[in-house]
Design a protein around this ligand. Structure first.
Ligand code: 0CH
Ligand code: SF4
Length: 316
C-alpha cells in the first residue's frame, strides 16, 4: 500500500529550555550525592515522562513540604515557591535545594525591589499556577494583585495608582500579555515595570517558531502536558496564527488520526518541559503512516545554560 505524502514542519527551537535542563540535573545530582529517596515538592517540571523517569531513579514527588521526612533532602520545582516554603524547611532543619529557574527568581527579585520602594504590584499570570503562587508568595498578602485578562485590569482597585508596578509569569502568551500591559498602562499611566514583560527567552522563541510555521501547516501538534502553561500557550498561539487544527499531545498515542485525516502539512513543536524522545515518538508515528518529508523551521538559536546550585557542586 502506498502511503500518502506529508510534510512535517519541525519547530526549532522546541522542547527543553535551560531552566528545565537544570531542574532535572538538580534532582539527578541530588540523588547521586545523597542517595535515594530525594523528595521533590511538586512535579519538578510539568511532564509525566520526566517525573516517571526521575521517580524510577529514586525521586519521591509530593505537593507539600509537610509530606517530606525531615531527614531527607527536598528539591523545590522549577516553577518557584512562596518564601514561606524555604523558611519552613529551615525551621525544620531540612536540607533543601531550590530548582527554581533563575529567570523565575529574577522576577521574584524584581517584585521585592518594587516592594522595598513602596510600590504595590500587579502580577499578570494564571490564578493557581505554581509559578504565580510562588511569585506572589514572595511578598506579604495584599501586596501583589493578580490579573489574568484585559477585563481584570478594569476591575482592580490598587492602594495608590501612582505607586504601582507590574510583573508577569514567564510562560505567558507574548501577544495576550502585550494587550494586558497596554491596558494597565492606559488605566495607570505611572505604572512601572520591565521593558516589555517578564516572559522568558524560551517561551518567546517557541511561540515565534509556531507563528512562523502556522501559514504553512494544516494542523499543529504540541507535545506537552495539560498542566504545562507554556505548552498550552503554544496551542493557543497556533490557533491565533490561523492554524485550523492545533492540539496538545502528551505522546504519539494521543494523536487523533481521524481529525487530521487528509492533511498535507503538519507542524510539530514541544513545550519547554517536553523531552525530545516524545517528539521522536510523534515523528515515528507519522513516518509509519505517511511518506514523510521533514522540514525544520528555524527561527532562533539558543545557547543559554544555567549552573546547578553550589551545594551540588561541592564535594560530599
Ligand atoms: O509552563 P509551566 O510554567 O506550566 O511549566 P513547565 O511545563 O513545567 O515548563 C517549565 C517552566 C518552569 C517555570 O518557568
Ligand atoms: Fe526558565 Fe523559561 Fe524554562 Fe521557565 S520556561 S524554566 S522561565 S527558561
Amino acid at each position: 500500500m502506498t502511503r500518502p505524502p506529508l510534510t512535517l514542519y519541525l519547530a526549532d527551537p522546541r522542547g527543553f529550555c535551560a531552566g528545565v535542563v537544570r531542574a532535572i540535573e538538580i534532582v539527578e545530582q541530588a540523588i547521586e550525592k545523597w542517595g535515594a529517596p530525594v523528595y521533590v515538592r511538586h512535579e519538578i517540571v510539568h511532564n509525566k515522562h520526566v517525573v516517571d523517569e526521575l521517580r524510577a531513579k529514586g525521586a519521591v514527588f509530593v505537593e507539600e513540604l509537610d509530606e517530606c521526612p525531615i531527614d531527607r533532602p527536598v528539591v523545590f520545582s522549577a516553577h518557584g515557591v512562596p518564601k514561606a516554603v524555604p523558611a519552613e524547611a529551615e525551621r525544620r532543619n531540612m536540607l533543601y535545594v531550590d530548582a527554581t529557574c533563575p529567570l523565575v527568581s529574577k522576577v521574584h527579585i524584581e517584585a521585592e525591589r518594587h516592594h522595598e520602594r513602596g510600590f504595590q504590584i500587579v502580577m499578570i499570570g494564571h490564578a493557581g499556577h505554581p509559578e504565580t503562587v510562588g511569585t506572589m508568595g514572595q511578598l506579604p498578602e495584599g501586596e501583589v494583585i493578580l490579573v489574568e485578562t484585559v477585563a481584570d485590569v478594569g476591575r482592580i482597585g490598587p492602594r495608590d495608582p501612582e505607586r504601582l508596578a507590574f510583573i508577569t509569569q514567564t510562560t505567558l502568551s507574548v501577544d495576550d500579555t502585550a494587550d494586558v500591559v497596554a491596558a494597565l498602562k492606559a488605566r495607570f499611566p505611572r505604572i512601572v515595570g520591565p521593558h516589555k514583560e517578564d516572559i522568558c527567552y524560551a517561551t518567546t522563541n517557541r511561540q515565534a517558531a509556531v507563528k512562523e510555521m502556522a501559514p504553512k501547516i494544516d494542523a499543529l501538534l504540541v507535545v506537552g502536558a495539560p498542566n504545562s502553561s507554556n505548552s498550552q500557550r503554544l496551542v493557543e498561539v497556533g490557533r491565533a496564527a490561523g492554524c485550523p487544527y492545533a492540539m496538545l499531545v502528551q505522546t504519539a498515542a494521543d494523536i487523533d488520526w481521524r481529525a487530521i485525516d487528509g492533511v498535507r502539512a503538519v507542524g510539530v513543536t514541544a513545550g519547554a518541559s517536553a523531552p525530545e524522545v516524545l517528539v521522536e515518538g510523534v515523528i515515528d508515528a507519522f513516518r509509519a503512516r505517511y511518506d514523510l518529508a521533514i522540514e525544520r523551521v528555524v527561527t532562533a538559536e539558543e545557547n543559554v545554560s544555567f549552573k546547578v546550585p553550589r551545594i551540588l557542586r561541592m564535594a560530599v
